[in-house]
Design a protein around this ligand. Structure first.
Ligand code: NIG
Ligand code: FE
Length: 390
């Protein structure tokens, strides 16, 4: 029995649970306290009415917010692609071609090497305030390597995503239809027991609309929820396909037509923006303002992977979104917490209210504004995950 824990003397509490009739998506409370019992939030209220508890953390007037929900990360891989990054910064374009380099390294790695890499990146993310993370496969691309990637991912998160359709691997380069058949058949059968979601890289050079539709439909039939890598490198059918199939999220959304934005606005599909990818590929950022003004639900995530976005830092992505994508600091904080939860269709995280998971971060700052205002500064003082100080 861990007992109760009171987080007291909170100067500014972001709850993402606005009071009825108040136009305040962050649900801000001043001079608050929060009681944790059995890994859940048990009570929130004014600090002066705080109940007794077995233990107490004094937030010292700092800001407290829900732990970040990183709804898009590729953590199961081996090796890195630092030389590819250097070449890009010297003018080479990003094409996704380097994915096959990581596939080779991942296939050659042992289970323990892959597990250690996931743990390293998960711990790195947690130190930066991330308490929920989605993890994709997609660097195995054989039945055995995709299944083991997902088995390892499932040791760290319930939000595992089967991305066997990341690219067509070299050995199937001349027969992509056969690879789609493999993904929909025996690879999906081996992957599905370890996966909650299915994803496809729907992009020129990866999978076209017909292939993507076939793969996502097979995944749905196997009980998996849909997410799509869409419209990252150029305009394309991915966003509208995702909306049509009821995807929880379409991710990247960098090159959108008016029809794409309209489709998203009339749907329950979240647009997940991944500014680490544009930063690391020196590409134009997605226009978050356009999506928000159209009424689309926007999430922010890292896309952590060794090719296009080797960052595990949600605060970094949040700062980029404010500086480069037209989001206000409040919108970016919401998108990195409640938005990520919406992208994973989770009601228990990304929010602080009685019954929610006690996942939260105490900042070394008086306000959530400082996350974007003080970029690159380690502002995460303490993380609680399931109510346990990390
Ligand atoms: O989301 N775009 C496809 N997949 C990853 C990049 C993977 C890589 O370059 O290794 C992404 O950006
Ligand atoms: Fe990705």
């Amino acid at each position: 029995m861990i007992g109760s824990l009171l987080v007291d003397n909170i100067g500014e509490l972001v709850t993402n649970a606005p009071r009825d009739g108040v136009a305040d998506p962050l649900g801000l409370r001043r001079d608050a306290a929060l009681l944790v019992e059995d890994g859940e939030v048990a009570w929130i209220g004014p600090a002066r009415y705080a109940p007794a508890a077995d233990r107490r953390i004094d937030a010292g007037g700092a800001a407290v917010l829900p732990g970040f929900v990183d709804s898009h990360a590729h953590l199961v891989f081996a090796g890195d692609r630092a030389a590819e990054f250097a070449a890009r910064m010297a003018g080479e374009p990003y094409t996704g071609g380097g994915i096959r380099t990581t596939v080779g390294a991942t296939r050659a790695a042992t289970d323990d090497e892959l597990r250690a890499n996931v743990r390293r990146l998960r711990d790195e993310a947690m130190r930066q305030g991330t308490t929920t993370i989605e993890i994709k496969s997609g660097y195995g691309l054989t039945i055995a390597d995709e299944a083991r990637s997902l088995r390892i991912a499932a040791e760290f998160t319930g939000d595992t995503t089967f991305l066997g359709a990341h690219v067509v691997p070299a050995e199937y380069a001349d027969r992509p239809d056969d690879y789609v058949g493999l993904v929909c058949g025996p690879m999906l059968a081996a992957a599905a027991p370890h996966a909650r979601w299915i994803d496809v890289f729907c992009e020129r050079g990866a999978f076209d609309a017909d292939h993507a539709r076939a793969i996502l439909a097979c995944g749905q039939a196997a009980g998996l929820g849909v997410r799509v890598h869409a419209n990252q490198l150029g305009p394309g059918p991915g966003v509208r396909l995702g909306v049509e199939l009821g995807a929880a999220s379409v991710d990247h959304c960098t090159h959108l037509s008016d029809a794409d934005v309209d489709a998203l606005a009339g749907s329950a599909t979240v647009a997940t923006l991944l500014p680490g990818a544009e930063f690391s590929t020196r590409s134009p950022y997605p226009d978050a303002r356009r999506l928000l003004d159209a009424g689309v639900t926007v999430a922010l995530a890292t896309d952590c992977n060794p090719g296009s976005s080797y960052t595990s830092s949600m605060p970094f992505c949040l700062a980029l979104a404010v500086r480069e994508m037209g989001m206000t600091p409040a919108e970016a904080v919401w998108a990195a917490t409640a938005g990520g939860a919406a992208a994973l269709r989770r009601a228990d995280v990304g929010v602080l209210r009685p019954g929610a998971r006690a996942d939260l971060t105490i900042l070394d700052a008086p306000s959530h504004l400082h996350l974007a205002y003080r970029p690159g500064v380690p502002l995460i003082r303490q993380v609680l995950h399931n109510g346990v100080p990390q």
